[in-house]
Write a protein that binds this ligand. Structure first.
Ligand code: CIR
Length: 262
């Protein structure tokens, strides 16, 4: 089993009503809560269809961005690392998910002060784990992560998240063992040399954040050219409306913590 895209379980979190106060780089209007709920249901259905058992945690009104669970932990085979989001309003989200993760994983590690790492900056590939240094993830956090996972047999490579995007994975995703979906602007930094890279269509940069889950690629709706590119490469694609999360800079990956518990 390839733990980088073959998953048995996923954790998601029900959107809180406070999500309308979620962080955003540019204010393009508040998300519509009922649309968000319906998109969340579709997201759970797509994960379930792909063969994953979904654990839907209760909404956290205290944490408007709590639905974006990916930023709180890194799940590897047999071990999980509790991360440290650097957005002050998000730091407490980790405690809220920790007890669930402690039940699922025997080995639980933690990123500690002054390290910061958000899961959106972590791309787990087969031969290495790429971690983007960004406004949310610092070198001290990346070094701690490397010290934690190296003894577990993983290699961490620090890369740079372009300053104009929130997280490294805002602009890329893992599609297969050696295959990456990326925007051209990120690929041109050279960080994927040695990988087979598929570029999103011009003008569809927001389609770069997808998740490969077992036999399916789950991507945001509204990017027909990129969908066709993926299908032409043989991927089975499922689309989910993401208009509301997108207003808060959230994409497909941030909405779940995917794991292989075999
Ligand atoms: C934030 O700014 O932290 C949230 N509004 C969006 C987080 C998206 N997370 C992700 O892509 N992993």
């Amino acid at each position: 089993m390839d733990y980088t895209y073959q998953f048995t379980h996923a954790i998601v979190r029900q959107p809180a009503k406070s999500i309308i106060k979620g962080l955003r780089a540019v204010d393009v209007g508040s998300p519509d809560y009922s649309q968000m709920i319906s998109d969340h249901e579709d997201y759970i259905e797509a994960l379930t269809f792909a063969g994953v058992e979904v654990i839907n945690l209760t909404a956290l009104e205290k944490f408007p961005d709590g639905q974006f669970v990916e930023d709180t932990a890194l799940c590897l085979p047999k071990a999980t690392v509790l991360l440290r989001p650097s957005a002050p309003s998000r730091l407490g989200e980790v405690n809220e998910i920790a007890s669930k993760l402690r039940k699922l994983f025997k080995e639980v590690f933690e990123i500690e002060e002054p390290g910061y790492v958000e899961g959106g900056d972590i791309l787990v590939a087969s031969k290495e784990i790429l971690v983007g240094r960004s406004a949310r993830t610092n070198t001290r956090g990346i070094n701690q992560l490397s010290e934690i996972v190296t003894p577990l047999g993983h290699v961490v490579r620090e890369v740079v998240t372009p300053p104009e995007i929130l997280h490294f994975k805002t602009d890329c995703s893992l599609l297969g063992p050696n295959e990456i979906l990326s925007t051209e602007r990120l690929q041109s930094s050279g960080c994927f040399d040695g990988y087979q890279v598929i570029n999103v269509a011009d003008g569809e940069e927001a389609a770069a954040n997808v998740i490969r889950v077992n036999d399916y690629v789950i991507m945001p709706a509204g990017f027909p050219k990129t969908k066709a590119i993926l299908e032409n490469h043989g991927y089975k694609v499922k689309t989910i409306n993401n208009s509301e999360c997108a207003k808060l800079d959230g994409g497909m990956s941030c909405l779940s913590l995917r794991m292989n518990l075999i």
